[in-house]
Design a protein around this ligand. Structure first.
Ligand SMILES: [Zn+2]
Ligand SMILES: [Zn+2]
Length: 343
């Protein structure tokens, strides 16, 4: 079957790969219809994604059509439209649950394999996936379904943070992950500001995501906060950059008693001044991936029109154009979300 494969860093090609349509009793054969492309894919393309073994079929943000179901699958039928939760954990591998999975934290399973990252993903004609990883909707279109994984990252981070409408939130980084955080903070009803050095991204966030304040310069932000709100700084700072310096700076922005939630990540050490951390009794947490109910919650919120997604997609490609467009998207400073339609 046809697939789009990363052969090596900076090498994306069309390739014939063996078709996998072997269904066990609890699996489902699906056909990807829309695939979202994100920072993880760009890092994989550039060779900067540490977990990747090439060659790899990328694609983990997936709106798929069900083609056939295993004999024990009762909640899906051919033709159903689904979002894919691309996190394949212990339960789906061999059923020997790790400590995280035993406690229901499948988002950080110690043996986690993410479709399109650790194992082949969805830029292909069809693939087999465990049925519990499919979240069906009879109302959403494939583009909306392909967006759900991105939205779930922010949704999960906001839930994990435990913020309420009384919090003052700062989101650092206005790329797709930052926007997904902002979208979920809006659901909580807390005041939200954004900081990003890229003014175009800040303007986009301002236009579409109802933020109260926006900043491109942290020094200005610190000054304005001080004058506007008598020194009140954010009670929750979400870092969605994955940039070491930015992550370290997040501690300076938080109010005394505030929380820092690192959503973006990298492999480096981050340095914390412990005196400052203790003096202000700060809380630090990480947020990784998302849980099954984050996917189902979002489907309901989107079906009910509480979350709108019309402004999310800024670029589209099809099967034939992706190989040319991916390197361009990769270098774009304005792109919010590119999706590939597979017909
Ligand atoms: Zn992604
Ligand atoms: Zn596990």
């Amino acid at each position: 079957m046809k697939a789009i494969v990363l052969e090596a860093p900076n090498q994306i090609v069309y390739k014939d790969i063996p078709k996998n349509n072997l269904l066990d009793t609890i699996s489902v054969l699906v056909r990807p219809r829309v695939v979202g492309i994100c920072g993880t894919d760009y890092h994989a393309y550039r060779g900067k994604q540490p977990f990747i073994n090439y060659p790899l079929v990328i694609g983990h943000e997936l709106g798929v059509e069900v083609l056939a179901v295993g004999s024990d699958v009762t909640h899906l039928v051919p033709g159903d439209a689904c979002a894919v939760e691309p996190y394949i954990g212990c339960n789906e591998q061999d059923g020997n649950l790790c400590y995280s999975c035993r406690r229901g934290h499948t988002n950080h399973c110690t043996r986690l394999k993410v479709l399109g990252v650790h194992i082949d993903g969805g830029l292909c004609e069809q693939f087999v996936v465990p049925s519990n990883k499919l979240h069906r909707s009879s109302k959403l279109d494939y583009e909306q379904l392909a967006l759900i994984e991105t939205l779930a990252i922010g949704y999960h981070a906001v839930k994990r943070s435990g913020i309420t409408k009384n919090d003052v939130v700062l989101v650092v980084g206005a790329g797709p992950i930052g926007l997904s955080v902002i979208q979920s903070v809006n659901l909580v009803g807390a005041q939200v500001s954004v900081l990003d050095v890229n003014d175009k991204r800040v303007q986009f966030a301002k236009k579409h995501f109802g933020i109260q304040n926006s900043f491109v310069d942290p020094v200005v932000m610190a000054k304005e906060r001080t004058s506007v709100s008598s020194g009140e700084m954010p009670t929750a700072v979400f870092d969605a950059t994955g940039n070491t310096k930015s992550m370290e700076s997040s501690f300076d922005y938080a109010a005394s008693g505030g929380k820092i939630i690192l959503v973006g990540f990298n492999r480096e050490n981050i340095v914390i001044n412990d005196e400052y951390f203790h003096r202000n009794e700060l809380t630090l947490m990480a947020s990784r991936n998302a849980l099954p109910h984050d996917f189902t919650d979002l489907i309901t919120l989107m079906e009910d029109g509480i979350i709108g997604t019309s402004h999310w997609i800024s670029e589209r490609a099809n099967w034939n154009s992706l190989v040319k467009k991916l390197p361009v998207w990769c270098d774009s400073t304005e792109l919010i979300k590119g999706v590939v339609e597979i017909t």
